[in-house]
Design a protein around this ligand. Structure first.
Ligand SMILES: NC(=O)c1ccc[n+]([C@@H]2O[C@H](COP(=O)([O-])OP(=O)(O)OC[C@H]3O[C@@H](n4cnc5c(N)ncnc54)[C@H](OP(=O)(O)O)[C@@H]3O)[C@@H](O)[C@H]2O)c1
Length: 312
């Protein structure tokens, strides 16, 4: 099984390599692809030094699965080339996510054995969907009102370097991620809204999102108010979340994990889960996950594992 990682020198690319190191189905050394900037850079893989190569149109000959994490423009250019060369592309960028012919996959929710291009969802969308899906199955989700608090690692290596150079008096919360849209939102908010509807197969779901960037090194947080068709029972909600693979839940209303506490862990952690005193059909919760792992690399490698298992 020959794997290529495009964007191997970036935060997500390096996290993908760490995940691949742990996969028993990886039986050949992966091909590391970057831009010219990092060509020649050496990255450790299972105690062997691998060299990064600048991507080109022939890079995907002989590749079975290509994990892309080098931005939307690079994906748009190279994903069709890789698919034509016979690879399955699992793409971390937003380039193909809302394409109706491309599956947008969280393996615990909507697994696929598809070929061609498979899109990995937005990092915040993944952790929010993981928390909402078991509750939807139990009570029937009608609405979700979300505020995200997204760490700087979500904006890549350069953003982490920028944070390192700031003094504590400059730290702030920025209520804007991405480009402005005509309805007053920013593109990150639009991604959460539309990707949730697609992944959960709920095209009419009422979703609102305010996405903020916070001076946190790694790990995204989301505060969610979810409204359901049926009256909620807290014990049933806790049980549904606890039973869902990849999700952990705090037993008491007052308990929670922080984004930093779940860094380097694969779980989506739900805390502060409590009833909404204004509506017997609503729940409030706090959801955290490592955006580089379940929000990106782990989810992508899980998709790859399902492709391998299905024998595609
Ligand atoms: N960070 C997250 O939490 C997260 C979560 C989900 C999805 N994503 C998505 O994953 C992608 C990568 O994010 P990141 O945080 O890892 O960014 P990053 O740390 O800035 O890394 C970017 C990677 O892309 C490569 N690259 C950039 N331009 C390229 C080009 N023209 N040709 C080939 N390679 C190129 C870079 O190679 P060089 O070293 O050669 O520049 C580097 O390996 C983005 O699409 C992002 O939206 C990120």
């Amino acid at each position: 099984m020959k794997i290529a990682v495009l964007g191997a020198s970036g935060l997500v690319g390096r996290a993908m390599l760490s995940q691949l190191e742990q996969c028993c189905w990886v039986d050949e050394l992966p091909l590391l692809l970057t831009s010219n900037r990092s060509a020649g850079t050496k990255i450790d893989f299972n105690n062997q030094e691998l060299v990064c190569h600048a991507v080109n149109e022939d890079s995907f000959d002989d590749i079975d699965i290509a994990l892309f994490s080098a931005g939307g423009d690079v994906s748009k250019k190279y994903a069709p080339i890789a698919v034509n060369a016979g690879a399955v592309v699992i793409d971390n960028s937003s380039a193909f996510r809302m394409d109706s012919t491309v599956p947008l996959v969280i393996p615990e929710i909507n697994p696929t054995a598809s070929k061609g291009i498979i899109a990995n969802p937005n990092c915040s969308t993944i952790q929010i969907a993981m928390a909402l899906m078991p509750l939807h199955k139990e009570f029937g989700l009608l609405e979700a009102h979300i505020t995200t608090m997204q760490s700087v690692s979500g904006a890549g290596l350069a953003a982490q370097q920028e944070l390192e150079n700031k003094s504590v008096t400059e730290l702030d919360i920025i209520p804007k991620i991405g480009a402005p849209l005509s309805d007053g939102s920013f593109t990150e908010e639009d991604k959460v809204v539309n990707e949730l509807r697609k992944i959960m197969s709920l095209p009419e779901l009422g979703v609102t999102c305010l996405a903020t960037r916070v001076p946190v090194w790694n790990g995204h947080s989301a505060a969610i108010r979810a409204v359901f068709a049926n009256e909620v029972d807290r014990e049933k909600a806790v049980k549904a979340l606890a039973m869902f693979p990849g999700v952990g839940v705090a037993k008491s209303e007052h308990d929670f994990k922080t984004a930093t506490e779940v860094t380097s862990k694969g779980e989506v952690a739900v805390g502060r889960l409590r009833l909404d005193s204004t509506n017997k059909n609503a729940l409030l919760m706090w959801v955290v996950a490592d955006n580089l792992l379940k929000g990106a690399a782990l989810n992508a490698v899980q998709i790859a594992g399902q492709i391998v298992e299905s024998g595609s």
